[in-house]
Design a protein around this ligand. Structure first.
Ligand code: HSE
Length: 405
């Protein structure tokens, strides 16, 4: 019998208990043992619920129980999760978590403690929900040098952008619908401003490059400035607007960024719609691989957490090596990244053509019937810093979106 404790009985915590209950036979066959939920920690009571007999309100009950070998942390947020997880690892209990805030902020340190204690700190569910990406980065892809990771890592924003595109909704309506359907939080800031995707790409970059990428160093822009009119222009250009999180190793310089991009219809990430996530990995020898699936949701995410529990059970006194050191990885700013930009201007092309061509050379002008107030143009490829200098001289700019190369 392997005893586990679950910290937090919210959406993912209840999913973890459900998956373990529903799949106990299949899981048992895989580890030749039985997994039992011995404690569930939550501040609330759950009268009549399946976990009522094992519910505890005091973390120390779990910490001091020598029978608990594996702890599942699904509380979210950095504190008290960090304190609890660190104490569990120091006490020799493996930890499996879905908590990207915790992993992005303290992943390297918690991995080191697990290594020193010969146990495991696993976090497959922290990025991409049910999509296996942490484990592949740590095992199947280790023979190669990762040059780039680019992904749609946030289901909420991908759902909103998809609705704006396919149903012609404006941002506020699409967000409200997403909230009603449970795809967006009541306070959606972390998703729509890109902070969630930022933490996820910081985790992937740290694993891909082996050193700690500080999420606070990553340039991050959300989708709240994207309009229904932008979507119509995107369609005219045979593109979709996607919130992309990316990191790159180019000639020994490291870059990372989160921002909305215009993605052409031939790009594999263009067809990733709704709450789905996808992660595109480029290796120097292996070329391109892509991972696709449910990026969020109770049971898909819980399955990824339980898979980590299974792995921990299979390696009870053996650390599964993960290369992510506490040494900080310096990120180069994005100001020299060269790309095209789509810009919207209020006014007429005739009025602005001269100044735009003077600043950007030969721009490509785009007009759509629905935009009676203005027009769009696409710049030739240029560095971000050069774009920022020239765009200042164009009056009445109402928006700009980068092109994915
Ligand atoms: N809010 C996140 C998303 C949940 O929409 O992707 C999964 O991390």
């Amino acid at each position: 019998m392997i005893n586990i404790a679950v910290l937090g009985y919210g959406t993912i915590g209840s999913g973890v208990v459900e998956v373990i209950d529903n799949n106990s036979d299949a899981i048992g066959r895989k580890i030749h043992n039985e997994i039992r939920v011995r404690h569930v920690l939550d501040l609330r009571d759950f009268p009549g619920d399946r976990v009522e007999p094992v519910l505890v309100h005091d973390f120390d009950v779990i910490l001091n129980d020598p029978e608990v070998q594996i702890v599942v942390e699904v509380m979210g947020g950095v504190e008290p999760a960090y304190t609890f997880v660190k104490k569990c690892l120091l006490a020799g209990k493996s930890v499996c978590t879905s908590n990207k805030e915790l992993v992005a902020a303290h992943g390297a340190e918690l991995l080191r403690i697990a290594r020193e204690k010969n146990i495991n700190f696993l976090f497959e569910a922290s990025v991409g929900g049910a999509i296996p990406i942490i484990r592949p980065l740590n095992s199947s892809l280790t023979a190669d040098r990762i040059l780039e990771i680019k992904g749609i890592l946030n289901g909420t924003t991908n759902y909103i952008l998809t609705q704006m595109d396919s149903a012609g909704q404006d941002f506020d309506t699409a967000l409200r619908d997403a909230q009603e359907l449970g795809f967006a939080e009541r306070n959606p800031e972390a998703d729509i401003e890109g902070f969630d995707a930022c933490r996820k790409i910081a985790i992937l970059a740290s694993l891909a490059f082996g050193r700690t990428v500080n999420y606070e160093d990553i340039y991050t822009e959300g989708i709240s400035a994207i309009t229904a009119t932008d979507m119509l222009y995107a369609r005219k250009m045979d593109c979709k607007v996607k919130l992309l999180a990316s990191c790159e190793n180019a000639d020994g310089k490291y870059y990372a960024m989160v921002a909305p991009f215009l993605v052409g219809s031939s790009h594999p990430l263009c067809g990733v719609n709704g709450v789905f996530n996808a992660i595109f990995v480029k290796g120097s020898e292996l070329g391109d691989v892509m991972f696709y699936g449910s990026g969020a949701g109770k049971l898909p995410t819980a399955c990824a957490v339980v898979a980590d529990v299974v792995d921990s059970a299979r390696h009870l006194n053996e650390n599964i090596q993960t290369i992510w050191s506490e040494e900080k990885l310096h990120l180069t700013g994005t100001e020299n990244a060269v790309r095209r930009f789509f810009v919207r201007v209020t006014g007429s092309v005739d009025e602005y053509r001269n100044v735009i061509d003077k600043e950007f050379g030969q721009a490509e002008y785009i007009k759509i019937e629905e935009d009676r107030e203005g027009f769009g143009f696409v710049t030739p490829p240029l560095a971000e810093k050069s774009f920022d200098e020239h765009i200042k001289n164009i009056p009445n700019v109402s928006g700009r979106i980068r092109f994915e190369q």
